[in-house]
Design a protein around this ligand. Structure first.
Ligand SMILES: [Zn+2]
Length: 235
């Protein structure tokens, strides 16, 4: 059978690119089989998704954010300061809203990165063909989101002291259409995420419960400060 890229569907029989399941930037070494993701999708993910997310994380750990403010020639980016309340609300100094680089919102870049990790995990567990068949909506969200504000619902805790190595856990889950799917926890230094293939707000309460359980079970996290937020879909 001809090998195709899970994300764009192009033939990858001559490709040698290796796609990391979770970002190499968080120290994750395992890759997908050669041909699961083509070179142009891999490069686009690196430039448009990972770099945006990690650039913002670096600013945020320094208490800085990129604000979008009005300038003489339309909107421009300006560095501002941020802090988080224990309830997970982000307080941003000055006007404007929190932005990643190139104007994409923080929620958008976070959920797009985690959706891509989820799809990579799916490729590893059920293969390219089934992932393309079952998760086409999520694939479109990752490869060509309709707007820079579009999000995929999920739950996320920023846990600054959590120094666990990058890993993920997959659990079976029966979705709202009574079909077996899976729920995925993604963990790396400083952050834990939970996401499913379903795009509605019921599942993100479930995701939040999964994260709370993880933090209760993990002795290291007892001492941790955590800032939780859930990314909700406007449905
Ligand atoms: Zn591709």
């Amino acid at each position: 059978m001809e090998k195709v890229c899970c994300y764009c569907g192009k033939s990858t029989s001559k490709e040698t690119t290796l796609e990391h399941i979770l970002p190499e930037a968080v120290g994750f070494k395992e890759t997908l089989p050669v041909g699961a993701v083509c070179c142009s999708c891999n490069t686009a993910f690196n430039n448009n998704i990972e770099q945006k997310y990690f650039h913002r994380e670096i600013l945020s750990s320094a208490g800085l954010v990129l604000n979008e403010v009005d300038g003489k020639k339309g909107k421009r980016a300006q560095l501002g300061h941020s802090s988080m309340t224990p309830n997970g609300e982000l307080i941003v100094s000055g006007k404007g809203k929190v932005q990643g680089t190139s104007g994409s919102s923080h929620y958008h870049s976070t959920s797009r990165l985690i959706a891509k990790c989820f799809l990579n995990i799916s490729i590893k567990h059920i293969g390219v063909g089934l992932t393309r068949a079952k998760m086409s909506e999520m694939i479109s969200f990752v490869t060509s989101p309709k707007t820079k504000e579009e999000i995929w619902p999920m739950a996320y805790y920023h846990v600054p002291e959590l120094s666990t190595p990058a890993t993920y856990r997959v659990k079976p889950y029966i979705n709202s259409s009574n079909v077996e799917s899976f729920i995925c926890e993604i963990i790396w230094p400083g952050s834990i995420f939970c996401i499913t293939s379903e795009r509605n707000n019921q599942v993100h309460n479930l995701c939040k419960d999964v994260l709370d359980k993880f933090l209760n079970e993990n002795p290291e996290s007892k001492k941790c400060t955590k800032f939780g937020f859930t990314i909700k879909h406007n449905d």
